[in-house]
Design a protein around this ligand. Structure first.
Ligand code: ATP
Length: 232
């Protein structure tokens, strides 16, 4: 099932007397369990595409459909609920709160979503286990490595059981070995939780871990299969 669908999506910004097309009639479909890489030069529109797919920015034209729901047809509160319940967003910087332990980073998100924290402890422990952090659940960010902090970030995004996972350059601040293990983890969670995952990346060497590559240039998108993906 197509979980994330962008049809003829354009996003324009005023630019002096003219307009700049950050997205120019973009078409993109991502199914559950599919892991898509999004590459392209700086300024080509990758972050704009993620922002529109995350329902954080309204496109100037075109349709954004998540799990069969046309985002433009929703009221503001409904759109917020859709984002909360269906979309997991993982930014380059984990943005963890310095005073909280790893498990508390997950629980505070649920608290802010109106959930009862004591009912979410089991799930938080489970998600930390999924990302390989059971042993450091009670450590604070400064006691964790960069890779471990990024894993907390991923576990936190999984707490809401998203169907769409949007990931913006998750390896930008990591060395090669840690970068590879983070992309492998994203592959694993895509398979395990059947998310429709879109990852913006500059690390072309990890593209074979994903199912498909979309390339952006001047706000336009092209999509190609990764031939070696099947062997991973
Ligand atoms: N809020 C904004 N106002 C005006 N122009 C913007 C805004 N956000 C993005 N742009 C422009 O839209 C275009 C696409 O930007 P975007 O950040 O999506 O590219 P990107 O591919 O993510 O780049 P990078 O790899 O450097 O992050 C660029 O020309 C950018 O300057």
């Amino acid at each position: 099932m197509t979980t994330l669908n962008l049809a003829n999506v354009s996003l324009e910004y005023p630019d002096g007397g003219t307009t700049l097309k950050a997205l120019d009639a973009v078409n993109l479909s991502v199914r559950r369990g599919e892991f898509l890489s999004l590459v392209g030069p700086s300024g080509s529109g990758k972050s704009s595409l993620l922002a529109v797919a995350a329902t954080l920015v309204k496109p100037t034209a075109g349709l954004v459909v998540i799990d069969g729901q046309d985002v433009a047809s929703l009221k503001e509160a409904e759109r917020t609920a859709l984002r909360r319940d269906k979309v997991g967003i993982i930014f380059q910087q984990p943005n963890l709160l310095p005073a909280l332990t790893a498990v508390e980073q997950l629980l505070i998100r649920e608290h802010l979503r109106g959930k009862r924290v004591h009912e979410e402890r089991g799930k938080a422990a489970e998600m930390l286990d999924v990302v390989g952090l059971s042993g450091v659940a009670h450590k604070r960010p400064h006691q964790l490595s960069g890779g471990q902090r990024q894993r907390v970030n991923i576990a936190r995004a999984l707490m809401g059981s998203p169907t769409v996972l949007l990931v913006d350059e998750p390896t930008a601040a990591l060395d090669h070995e840690r970068s590879e293990s983070i992309v492998r983890l994203l592959r694993q969670v895509t398979d395990e939780f059947q998310t429709a995952t879109v990852m913006v990346t500059h690390d072309t060497e990890f593209l074979p871990l994903t199912d498909a590559v979309a390339t952006m240039r001047d706000g336009r998108i092209s999509r190609a299969l990764v031939p070696s993906a099947q062997s991973n």
